[in-house]
Each structure stands twice: as C-alpha cells, then as structure tokens.
Design a binder for this molecule. Sequence first.
Ligand SMILES: [Ca+2]
Length: 324
Amino acid sequence: MSAEKAIAPRSTQSARRKNNASALASSCHSRAWAGFTVDLISSVSSVYSVVKDFFQPFKISRWALLAWVLSCAAWADGGAPVSVPSVSASYPHDPRSYTQGLLWHDGLLYESDGRYGHSSISVRDLNTGRILRSRALDPKYFGEGLALVGDDLVQLTWKEHRIFIYDKATLRLKRSLPYAWEGWGAAYDGRHLIVSDGSAWLRFLDPISFQEIRRVAVHDGDQPIDLLNELEFVQGEILANIYGSDRIARILPSTGQVVGWLDLSTLYPAKQRPALDAVLNGIAYDPQRQMLMVTGKYWPKLFVIPVPHIAAIKPVTSPSRPKD
Ligand SMILES: [Ca+2]
C-alpha cells in the first residue's frame, strides 16, 4: 500500500487530488493499461477525466492535458492480451466494507477489511452478504491481505509489520507474529504464502516461519508491473489486483510474467462509485465450481465470473503444441 492508499478525509479537495494522482500514477506508471489498443477510446476518456479534475485548479490547457494522456497511451503500448470476462451472477456486498482481502472456503466468504479504527476479519454468507462472524482489529492496525493456510487464516497488516493467525472456524486469534514487509495482498498456493507489498515483487514465504523462500518480479513483457495488491491462486496462476486499476493481472508464479489481463471496468463504473478510493480489490476462488468472486472497496455487489471464460485465453508463454 502506498501513502496515497491511506484514507484521507474524502470530502476535501486535497484528498480528491491525492487520490486522483494515485489513480493517474497507477494508470501510467504501472502499465496496467497494457493492451491499451483494445479499449483505447474508453481508457483515454476515463484517464482524461481524472487528469482534467486533478489539474483544473492550475488552468492548464485541456489540449495540453489531452496530449499528455495520449502520450501515456502511446507509451503503454503492447503487452499481454486483455479480456473482458462474462459475469454469471452477482450478490450483495456490504458497501461499508473497505475490502483488502477475500477468499472462499467450504461455502463461506472470508474478508479482511482495512482502515484504522475499522479493520476487521469476517465470515460472510454469499447469497445475502450478511456477516456471520466478525472480529475487529485494534484501531492501531490496518487490515490487509488474507489467506487460508490449513485451518489458519493469515491476515496481514499494512505498515504495522505484524500478521495475525486466526482459527478459521471461530476467528479466535491464535497468535500474532512480526512481519518484515509492508502488507498488501496474500494468497496460498498449497505450499507457500504468496504476498505483495505494493511493489512489482511477489514473495513466496514459508507458511510456518514466514521467512522468504524466493521472490519474482512481475512484468508484462519487459515492463515491471507494480502496485500489486489483493491476490488469489487460481489453477496454477496468481491473480492480482493492481491498485487503482480496474484490471486483474494473470501471473505465472515461476517467472512473474503477466500472461493476460482481466478488464473489469464495466462491473461497477467509476462514475457510480461513492468515492475515488472505491476501487476494485478482492478476488476469491471456488475450485469446486471453478468460479471467481470479485468485489471492491465500498462496492455494494460481489460478482461471479466462471473461470473457463478466463482460461480460454491462452498464456502467451504456453508451450507450442505439435502441429496436427
Ligand atoms: Ca484473495
């Protein structure tokens, strides 16, 4: 999480500018716009609206701003293929939730919420969105990524260098441990706890000692992809929200290469959101039904995406098949 990710008073103009700057930086710097040509018009339009709002007090020519946006678009050329997956269903999601971690296990949703004074871990019913069990964090902690390791829920905190281990059935706090890095996203691949820290690095930790085993730098072609946020391990790939973006990266764990992007910008259009920080964040996976569940901070809905719709896009590095 970057400094911009912290909640500032949302009613102030400075807060809006701060968040606008974050969204803009994410758009240009992380190259989450890779594959830009697929949706050039809509992307330029949305970025331009953010830029115009941000620079409005400085009375800069709209044509100069548009030229700058287009230069960003040209810079973010090429990259892994972009898909717009189909949504098969939607369910209620508590619009007060500042979603930082999401996972699915045995018919229940588990969610980690952030913000100082509001952070929690909870168990939720998918159909109603109702919170079945919840445990608040001490106000000095900002809840972050969440992963299930065996029967233990592992919750990261943002800058507090502390992780919490809970019993999944009761949410009883079993222990807390020091943690070396800034906490953003977390997922478990059955062997390692995979964590992000807002950079382009994904670390693979021993799930018992939480010591680093290895790390990979995430990249789309030769471009690093930073601001990696909420994570999920899905059919051999790591899916990652990119902070401030409406896209999810599909990442090869072995190399960090992005093999595709999921464009989810139509699920909850930015103009309908209650705040600039109401961004896409939260990926859960049900392996039995092979479906993803995605939501965002302050989002009133959770959306279901059948995984076969995603897998239909072949990784660019998949071995070439022998000719028939
Ligand atoms: Ca997740």
